[in-house]
Design a binder for this molecule. Structure first.
Ligand code: F6P
Length: 358
């Protein structure tokens, strides 16, 4: 009997349990056993911290947010910090993980993760581990897959928030700035902003000027539209080029705070009452959308198919409505960012949304 190990690493993300559910369902049908390592790669440290996953254990988990395995974006296996500084996992840690794999007779390891975790997965693969990658992140910033699960759920939360902010902004004739997640990519802000009817969207990929943002607010006022909703991605850069972040003593600084800064500047430049709201981890929590449940299931089943075919070192990938696979290294070489002259940005501009650049 083949025994598969699965772990998820990095930030949690709606749809993780759907992947686990899919993996366990497909593997069980093939007569394989699945064990889930707890708290990301940390579960691989000897003697192994894991739970046996069978279909009794995974009943009903698909609709649950978070992950039944627990996760971390810290620990012994961090191989990449920020946009690109690859450090590598120390050899003694790799050796420990190898001994756990051998002890537990793991024939294949499914790693569900974003950019950082897949960088670790790639290193382990290059060092001989039978690894399959599954792309996960609400940020949707992974190359080599058109979409990651979790993104749609995050966007749905942004849209819901904007619907709510719309009624209060209109009642008070205010400007409201909503800061959303996404790290260095503006996908959540762009899709959430369009779906939620934002008037201004500020992205890391499109440099903006506050005078243009203020102009957009004043133009609306002149038309009698006395409230304005502005969505700003946490990674958007101020005119000085600064990305606003919270200092961290361990690892990467956390992005956050640009919403407050933009709100203050808008108030100064327009003299309109302005409020800022940061959506934060609400975007990561809660039940996955139906799209993310289905995508997660498809990814999980595909990962098991790849193991069956012995296609290690590959990552499940979604392209043109089809779930296929690509080498893991294609996914982690660089971040997938919003194309400033792409169709979605053009669509937004066509319906009058300002990006603060004209
Ligand atoms: O990568 C997912 C993400 O939610 C980013 O959008 C955000 O910048 C970061 O994780 C937040 O991380 P943490 O949960 O460590 O605060």
């Amino acid at each position: 009997m083949k025994r598969i190990g699965i772990l998820n690493s990095g930030g949690d993300c709606p749809g993780l349990n759907a992947v686990i559910h899919g993996v366990v369902g497909a593997a069980t049908k093939l007569g394989w056993e699945v064990i889930g390592f707890r708290d990301g790669f940390e579960g691989l440290l000897p003697p192994g911290d894991y739970m046996v996953l069978d279909t009794n254990r995974t009943v009903g988990i698909m609709k649950m947010g978070g992950t039944i395995l627990g996760t971390t974006n810290k620990g012994h296996f961090v191989a990449k910090i920020g946009k690109g500084d690859v450090m590598g996992v120390p050899p003694e840690i790799v050796a420990k993980a190898r001994s756990t794999m051998e002890l537990l007779e793991i024939g294949a390891l499914i790693v569900v993760g974003g950019d950082g975790s897949l960088t670790t997965a790639l290193q382990l693969y290059r060092e001989g581990f039978p690894v399959i990658g599954v792309p996960k992140t609400i940020d949707n910033d992974l190359q080599a897959t058109a979409m990651t699960f979790g993104f749609d759920s995050a966007v749905a939360t942004v849209v819901d928030a904007l619907d709510r902010l719309h009624t209060t902004a209109t009642s008070h004739k205010r400007v409201i700035v909503l800061e959303v997640m996404g790290r260095h990519a503006g996908w959540i802000a762009l899709y959430g902003g369009i779906g939620g009817g934002a008037d201004v969207i500020l992205l890391p990929e499109i440099p903006f000027k506050m005078e243009h943002v203020a102009k957009a607010v004043k133009r609306r006022d002149a038309r009698g539209q006395l409230s304005t909703l502005i969505v700003v991605a946490e990674g958007a850069k101020l005119e000085s080029g600064e990305q606003v972040s919270v200092k961290s003593t361990e690892g990467e600084d956390r992005l956050g705070g640009v919403g407050d800064r933009v709100a203050k500047l808008v108030e100064e430049l327009t003299e309109k009452e302005t409020r800022a709201c940061t959506l934060g981890h609400l975007q990561r929590g809660g039940a996955p959308t139906s799209l993310d449940r289905i995508l997660g299931t498809r990814f999980g089943v595909k990962a098991v198919n790849l193991i069956e075919e012995g296609q290690f070192g590959r990552m499940v990938s979604y392209q043109q409505y089809h779930v296929g696979a690509v080498p893991i290294e294609e996914a982690v070489n660089q971040l997938r960012l919003v194309d400033p002259s792409g169709e979605v940005v053009k669509t937004a501009r066509a319906v009058g949304i300002s990006f603060g650049d004209d």
